[in-house]
Ligand binder design. Structure first.
Ligand code: AMP
Ligand code: MG
Length: 440
């Protein structure tokens, strides 16, 4: 876990900056796919299937009618037409839910409903619309039915196993479960399903200035917005958020919160704030004492200060990612570092957000770090993807400017070695919200 520093700040004693990709690689090396748990089918939506689904039986399980009509033998209605209808006696009824009916007598038809089993002997269903069924009662034969057209053998019949054959692999381990897959599981009798366990992610905000969102403001205090943001984000990427509240900038409080995170079995702990240079040595000290921690200055903007390491818990080593305190920096660090780590544990692909190239609506400057500008991308009438960092009301890009983060729909990313980009130059963009199924 020793990333190579490739660039240094101009300041004489500043720590070296770690490249973003190297920090990410080091972080990801600590995360492995989690095991599985069994959940009720109605709780399986958006989960990841843990095992291949092998069909335990045919689907449909029995031969049945695709239409409301008459089951018969195609051979008995060869040449039938409106001009020359064929009369057949009606031998009983097969309704949906009935057990398989008696064999169809030779030369007869059986009334049959959609989904009802076909009688042995029948090979075809003629829809009511193609029979005397809809005729006025006076014109309808009382003792039988008139068939108004011939049908190819097998018409309107659903064969056993035509959808899925018993023993077939119908879903592969690792598939995300959306409504269609859930329907298939239900049809095959899987009321319980093994899914990848959701990574439990502890979220700990640190700072003496922090108040919960429901507390009245007080002088010098601000609301803890990182917890709510990170909790929503953790859930969004398939994790189970475990909010731990606020720890004062004080060793005992912090230790107690870490102990709580370990006790509830967190797979990852996210902290926010207290990892930059300056007056946060206590947070750093505690983390260092509780495990093996690295405090990095990453070549990213916003969000240079980042801590990463493991917290010891008996035999276990639980990874901890110390995000910056500034809300936008925290968001960028989550997007870049935490999101792929959580997705890897949850076996969700792709790990990182998808990238596209957009055309800049105005020039942008950069200062030697990878810059994640809060931006808004849209498609022109001609289909070109364009992106702006200055939408309506956007005054400034700042690591504490939450309103601009909320306005943005993507990050526009200026590489670390690019200092200036002109209007209309291409720039990479990553959506802040994205659906994995669009990219698989
Ligand atoms: P720090 O990393 O402790 O220097 O914090 C950087 C900035 O982020 C400070 O202005 C903090 O007040 C702010 N901050 C820290 N934690 C939070 C939080 N949980 N929610 C909102 N702002 C925060
Ligand atoms: Mg602080």
């Amino acid at each position: 876990m020793k990333p190579r520093a490739i660039s240094t700040s101009q300041q004489p004693h500043a720590p070296p900056l770690i490249p973003v990709d190297e920090a990410l690689e080091t972080i990801l090396a600590h995360f492995a796919p989690l095991g599985s748990e069994v959940v009720a089918l109605h709780e399986a939506h958006r989960r990841i299937l843990a095992d291949d689904l092998i069909a335990p039986h045919d689907l449909p399980p029995f031969r049945n009618s695709a239409m409301d009509g008459y089951a018969l033998r195609a051979a008995d209605i060869v040449g039938a037409s409106t001009e020359r209808p064929r009369w057949l006696p009606v031998a009983g009824l097969s309704a949906a839910g009935d057990p398989p009916p008696a064999t169809l007598p030779v030369g007869a038809a059986m009334r049959i409903m959609t989904g009802a089993p076909l009688p042995r002997g029948a090979d075809t269903v003629v829809r009511f619309e193609e029979t005397s069924e809809g005729w006025e009662a006076v014109n309808r034969p009382a003792d039988g039915v008139l068939i108004l057209r011939s049908e190819r053998e097998g018409a309107n019949v659903r064969c056993a196993g035509e959808d899925v054959r018993a023993g077939e692999r119908v879903l592969t381990a690792g598939s995300p479960l959306h409504p269609p897959q859930i329907a298939l599981l239900a049809a095959l009798g899987q009321a319980q399903v093994a899914v990848v366990r959701r990574p439990r992610v502890g979220i700990l905000a640190t700072g003496d200035e922090l108040l919960p969102p429901d507390a009245p403001l007080a002088p010098g205090r601000i609301r803890n917005s990182n917890e709510a943001m990170l909790a929503a984000w953790v859930a969004q990427v398939g994790g189970e958020p475990w909010p731990l509240g606020i720890a004062r900038d004080e060793a005992t409080a912090l230790r107690a919160k870490l102990a709580e995170a370990l006790a509830v079995g967190c797979d990852l702990i996210l902290t926010s704030a207290g990892v930059s240079v300056g007056d946060f040595d206590r947070v750093k000290e505690v983390l260092a004492a509780e495990g093996e921690m690295h405090f990095w200055q990453v070549a990213i903007k916003p969000g240079k200060p980042l801590a990463f390491g493991v917290v010891r818990h008996g035999e276990r080593h639980v990874p901890l990612l110390g995000l910056p305190g500034n809300p936008v920096a925290s968001a960028v660090a989550f997007h870049v570092f935490a999101q792929p780590a959580i997705r890897r544990m949850g076996q969700r692909w792709p790990l990182a957000p998808p990238r596209r190239t957009a055309q800049l609506a105005e020039p942008v400057h950069n200062s030697g770090r990878r810059h994640y500008l809060r931006a808004f991308a849209w498609r022109d009438e001609d289909g070109t993807l364009r992106v702006t960092t200055r939408g309506s009301g956007v005054q400034r890009q700042g690591s504490g400017i939450l309103s601009v983060l909320a306005w943005a729909n993507c990050f526009a990313i200026v590489p670390e070695d690019v200092y200036y980009l002109e209007t209309n130059q291409p720039i990479a963009v990553e959506p802040i919200q994205w659906a994995e199924e669009e990219w698989n």
